[in-house]
Design a protein around this ligand. Structure first.
Ligand SMILES: Nc1ncnc2c1ncn2[C@@H]1O[C@H](COP(=O)(O)OP(=O)(O)OP(=O)(O)O)[C@@H](O)[C@H]1O
Ligand SMILES: [Mg+2]
Length: 347
C-alpha cells in the first residue's frame, strides 16, 4: 500500500513563494500526472515528496506514515530526474543495476531485472556500453530503466521522456503505461506536455503559479475545466472564449446570438467552447475566416467573431477561404461558462 498524501505544502525560496498550500491525495497504485507550464512548481513539489527539498510548511505521508523527517532512501521511492543523473563511467548494465547491487540482490536477480527493464526501454543492445558514450535520449532511457528495475512502491518521474524524438516518445509512453499498469506502483509523473498527460494519467493535477487548479481524470479536465486557466491550457487548440451578457430567464447574448445558459447568474460571464465542438450551421455565430490550415484529419480555421479570435476544427472535406463569412454553431451540451471575476467555472 503506497497512498501518498500531501498536506498543506508550501515552499518559499527566499522571498519567492514557489508553492502555495498544496493538498493532494494520490491513491495506492494510481498514476498521477503533474501538468503545468515551465516554472509553475512541478519539480519542486516532486522533489519535496522525494525528500530532496524541504517544504517550508506542510506534511508528506507515504503509505500511511509521515516521511518529512526521513531521508530519500528511506521513503521507498525511485526517482527519475529531469536531468537524468546516470553515471558516465559505468556501463548501461551497471547503471540500471546500481540500486539493486546496493540492496545486495543476488547476481541472477540483478541480471533478470536489468535485462527486463532494458528491453522495455529498448536499450538491451546497449548494456555493455559506457553511459558516457550514449545520446541524451538513450541516457534518459537508462534512467527510467534504473528506476523501474527497483520495482518500487512509488516512482516519481520528472519529464522522463523529454529528450526523445517524437516517435520514440510515443512508443516509450505506451511502454511506460503498460509496465506501470501491470505493476503495483504508485506513480507521479511530471510533464508540460498535455497529450502525454492525457494519455498516461489516471488523474491529472493541473498546476499554475504554484497552485493546483484542478485534479481530475483526463476526460473531466478536458470536458469540465474548473477554471479559465485549465480551459485555455488543455486542448490544442485551447477553448474559445467570448463575453456573454444576461438577457433574463437563462438566456445569454453571445456575439449577437441568444444562447441558453446558467439561470442563477445576472452579471456578465465568459462563454467557452472547444474548437472541435463547433459545426457550420444555418444559424449561429457569425465568423470571418482569417487563417485556414488543412491539417489532414481536420481543417483548422482561425476566425474573428466580433473582434475576438475564435478557432474551429472543421471537417477536412469543407472548402473554406480566407475572408469567407461562416455561421458556426456551438454544440449546446459542450458549452461552458466562467465567472470573469473569479475565473472559475459556473455550474
Ligand atoms: N533552488 C531554488 N532557488 C530559488 N528558486 C527556485 C529554486 N528552485 C526552483 N525555484 C523557482 O521556483 C519556481 C518553480 O520551479 P520548478 O523547478 O518547480 O518549476 P517546474 O514547474 O518544474 O518548471 P520546468 O517545467 O521548467 O521544469 C521557479 O520560478 C523557479 O525559478
Ligand atoms: Mg521541472
Amino acid at each position: 500500500m503506497a497512498e501518498i498524501q500531501i498536506k498543506n505544502i508550501a515552499k518559499n525560496f527566499g522571498s519567492y513563494q514557489a508553492l502555495h498550500d498544496i493538498n493532494l491525495t494520490i491513491a495506492d497504485q494510481e498514476f498521477m500526472v503533474l501538468l503545468g507550464a515551465s516554472g509553475c512548481g512541478k519539480s519542486t513539489l516532486l522533489r519535496i515528496i522525494a525528500g530532496l527539498e524541504t517544504a517550508t510548511t506542510g506534511e508528506v505521508w507515504i503509505g500511511g506514515r509521515r516521511v518529512d523527517h526521513l531521508s530519500p532512501k528511506d521513503r521507498g521511492i525511485s526517482m527519475v530526474f529531469q536531468n537524468y543523473a546516470v553515471f558516465p563511467h559505468l556501463t548501461v548494465f551497471e547503471n540500471i543495476g546500481f540500486g539493486l547491487r546496493m540492496q545486495k540482490l543476488p547476481d541472477d536477480e540483478v541480471t533478470r531485472r536489468v535485462e527486463r527493464t532494458a528491453g522495455l526501454m529498448h536499450i538491451d543492445q546497449l548494456l555493455k556500453r559506457y553511459s558516457g558514450e550514449l545520446s541524451g535520449g538513450q541516457r534518459q532511457r537508462v534512467a527510467v530503466a534504473r528506476a523501474l528495475a527497483m520495482e518500487p512502491d512509488v516512482i516519481l518521474m520528472d519529464e522522463p521522456l523529454s529528450n526523445l524524438d517524437a516517435l520514440l516518445r510515443l512508443e516509450m509512453r505506451a511502454e511506460l503505461k503498460g509496465v506501470l499498469a501491470d505493476s503495483k506502483t504508485t506513480a507521479i509523473y511530471v510533464t508540460h506536455d498535455q497529450v502525454e498527460a492525457m494519455s498516461l494519467a489516471d488523474r491529472i493535477s493541473v498546476m499554475h503559479q504554484g497552485r493546483i487548479v484542478q485534479a481530475a481524470t483526463p476526460i473531466e479536465v478536458y470536458r469540465n475545466p474548473a477554471a479559465e486557466f485549465v480551459a485555455g491550457f488543455i486542448g490544442n487548440p485551447p477553448m474559445n472564449f467570448l463575453p456573454a451578457t444576461p438577457s433574463g430567464d437563462g438566456k445569454w447574448q453571445v456575439a449577437g446570438q441568444v444562447l441558453d445558459g446558467p439561470t442563477s447568474r445576472s452579471a456578465p460571464l465568459q462563454f467557452a467552447v472547444r474548437p472541435e465542438d463547433i459545426r457550420p450551421a444555418d444559424s449561429g455565430l457569425t465568423a470571418t475566416a482569417k487563417v485556414v490550415e488543412p491539417l489532414g484529419a481536420h481543417l483548422l480555421v482561425t476566425c474573428e467573431v466580433e473582434g475576438t479570435m475564435f478557432r474551429a476544427v472543421l471537417d477536412s472535406d469543407l472548402t473554406v477561404h480566407v475572408g469567407d463569412q461562416l455561421t458556426l454553431a456551438p454544440q449546446p451540451d459542450r458549452i461552458r461558462w466562467f465567472d470573469p471575476e473569479t475565473t472559475l467555472a459556473v455550474a
